[in-house]
Design a protein around this ligand. Structure first.
Ligand code: AMP
Length: 619
């Protein structure tokens, strides 16, 4: 059956058919036709126990109204709308409303700073931004509208900002802003929780879907690469949707009537594919999780599982590692008998976290699927399921390629490694429907990053090990990208943010017991600068939070007189990594260094930091 479905869908894609607004008709109208009152979204609001349900009919209405607002306000097919919102029903409706009228959406994670948002708005050339007055997460408020105000000052393309109200706190409105108000009327559309555009209510609940080509753009999503500039990854209509839907159904064994709980934020690809598009294309019920794993306490996820009767739970290893430290009782006090499959995504899951997830959360009876994929792949490429129901699952391994995925490993000379029990650069030998089509405004970078390193293959940027049985295990990034709590960040992006005291810096990732990888910054101060380490750390953190986001701030800052460099002036990050990993025997050949004694200084500086950390830990 899967093969027939796949070839049918592939026919649609490869024959480049014109399809009626693929995304929204498949995600909404189709289901409204057969079961209008089925629940599409369960909004698990930050305030525990105050969830709100939206049926397919309600979501279609909200989408159509918002689509009509956008159309009337001049947003056209081919435009790109930036969405800077927390995970909530109006954000989903905003994504679908763009798709409905043939505009692309560009969701920017609501934790990004004004500068990072502005850079993404400019690159996407958005004329419209949709946001909320404030975000609410973990009981704290974030000033999203203020961040947008600051961002759009350097975005001449932006003509209008649509502002919804997540809280009752008023915000300053400018001539560019389109307000949302009049609670009582809006209750009808939004249940009074996020107050929708008053204009939305004037609009018809019918919004004719744009006729789209299967290869037209559905959305852009910015992600980090090894240079300082983020890449606007472009996904298109039919292939992406097909791939999100199929992987959602088969990797998680999703069945009609199940409640799917992906706790990722909609600002990341996981939120796009497995909170929004995959589940909705399958007519499923999907949870929109607005909170954090530890708010109001470390039982939050499992309280949600019990209350919403979640069948598939999909989360990140960083959260699992954090929760296991709080102890089993936060899990076991809740009923988790509805759970059927547990998923993990975003970074390697270590065996301890995997075992705990399986044994404690899943009571040893739910398969744990460690799913490997990326923004670029659109959906899951390697995962233990689908497979025979009792096929073995090896802890911490993504294991098996999905239908149509042909992974290969390459050696350092670019030759395909054919044997098992071997490691290499992970590439894909053939295309698949969900793959990214280009980088916005930079097709050349797309080719150079993904197709030139191994001609004839798609290069993932990751390394992998293939076991004796032929199973895949991801070993980590091969480029200058680090993965902090499952969020990708280019080391160059952080290095670009130097404060006035800094002459140069080098950033690497290091093993962190909760975040997976932490940010370790080596900093060389300008001559004659006298600054206390605490002040420097404060300044650097402020700068990185302002330019990127809080999650990118360095965990460790090591001052150095100089950095180890080659004679041509290239910083030897490999050497820095070995020092921080305490693998001094693995430093390798240092003869190519401009000044090999620089390494000794780095080692001593690192030892001093370790001593300080140990002293802090002592009671
Ligand atoms: P993103 O595009 O932000 O989703 O990040 C994708 C990157 O996260 C991949 O290239 C991997 O380095 C890492 N990643 C995602 N899923 C896994 C996984 N299951 N195991 C190991 N690494 C993963």
């Amino acid at each position: 059956i899967c093969k027939v479905k796949l070839s049918l869908y592939l026919y649609v894609i490869t024959h480049d058919l014109f399809v009626l607004s693929v995304a929204t008709v498949n995600c909404l109208d189709r289901h409204v036709h057969t079961s209008p009152d089925r629940v599409a979204l369960i909004w698990e609001r930050d305030e525990q126990g105050s969830e709100v349900k939206y049926t397919y009919r309600e979501l279609l209405e909200m989408t159509c109204r918002l689509g009509n607002v956008l159309r009337r306000r001049g947003v056209k097919r081919g435009d790109c709308v930036t969405i800077y919102m927390p995970t909530c029903p109006l954000a989903v409706a905003a994504m679908l409303a763009c798709a409905r009228i043939g505009a692309a959406h560009n969701v920017v994670f609501a934790g990004f700073s004004a500068d990072a948002l502005a850079e993404r708005i400019r690159d996407a050339e958005s004329n419209t931004v949709i946001t909320v007055n404030q975000g609410v997460r973990g009981g704290k408020f974030t000033e999203l509208k203020k961040t947008v105000d600051e961002a759009v000052q350097s975005c001449p393309s932006v003509q209008q900002v649509l502002v919804a109200m997540r809280t009752d706190t008023p915000v300053v409105m400018t001539a560019r802003d389109v307000a949302m108000e009049e609670v009582s009327e809006i209750i009808e559309v939004n249940k009074g929780l996020i107050k929708g555009l008053p204009e939305m209510l004037k609009e018809d609940v019918v919004c004719e879907p744009a006729v789209m080509n299967s290869e037209d753009v559905l959305f852009l999503l910015y992600t980090s690469g090894s240079t300082g500039k983020p890449k606007g990854i472009v996904h298109t209509q039919a292939g992406y949707l097909l791939y999100a839907a199929l992987t959602h159904r088969y990797v998680f064994s999703y069945h009609d009537g199940d409640v799917f709980g992906c706790v990722a934020d909609i600002g990341w690809i996981t939120g796009h594919s497995y909170t929004v598009y995959g589940p909705l294309a399958n007519g499923g019920t999907t949870v929109l999780f607005e909170s954090t794993p530890i708010y109001p306490d470390p039982g939050r996820y499992w309280n949600t599982v019990e209350r919403l009767k979640i069948n598939q739970f999909y989360g990140a290893p960083t959260a699992i590692r954090l929760l296991l430290k709080y102890g089993d009782h936060w899990v076991t006090k809740y009923d988790r008998s509805t759970l059927k499959t547990l998923g993990s995504v975003g970074e390697p899951i270590n065996t301890e976290a995997w075992e705990w997830y399986h044994r404690v959360v899943g009571d040893g009876r739910c398969p744990v699927v460690d799913t490997w994929w990326q923004t670029e792949t659109g959906g899951i490429c390697i995962a233990p399921r689908p497979s025979e129901p009792d096929a073995e699952i090896v802890p911490g391994m993504a294991m098996r390629p999905f239908f149509g995925i042909k992974p290969v490993l390459m050696d350092t000379e670019g030759k395909v490694l054919t044997s098992n029990n071997t490691s290499g650069a992970l590439c894909m030998a053939q295309p698949w429907p969900g793959m990214a089509r280009t980088i916005r405004n930079n097709h050349q970078r797309f080719i150079e990053t993904y197709y030139q390193p191994y001609p004839g293959y798609f290069f993932t940027g990751d390394g992998a090990y293939r076991s004796a049985q032929g199973y895949y295990q991801i070993t980590g990034r091969l480029d200058d990208v680090i993965n902090v709590s499952g969020h990708r960040i280019g080391t160059a992006e952080i290095e670009d943010n130097q404060c006035s005291a800094v002459a140069e810096s080098a950033v690497i990732g290091f093993s962190h017991d909760i975040k997976g990888e932490g940010v370790y910054a080596f900093v060389v101060l300008k001559k004659n600068i006298d600054i206390k380490e605490d002040d420097l750390s404060r300044q650097l953190n402020k700068m990185v939070s302002k330019k990127i986001a809080k999650y990118a701030c360095p965990d460790v800052i090591q001052l150095a007189n100089r950095l180890p460099k080659t004679r041509s002036g290239k910083i030897m990050r490999r050497v820095l990594r070995k020092v921080v990993e305490r693998d001094l025997d693995g430093l390798g050949d240092l003869s190519t260094l401009d000044d090999p004694t620089a390494v000794q200084e780095i080692v001593e500086g690192h030892n001093a930091i370790l001593r300080k950390q140990q002293q802090k830990q002592q009671p």
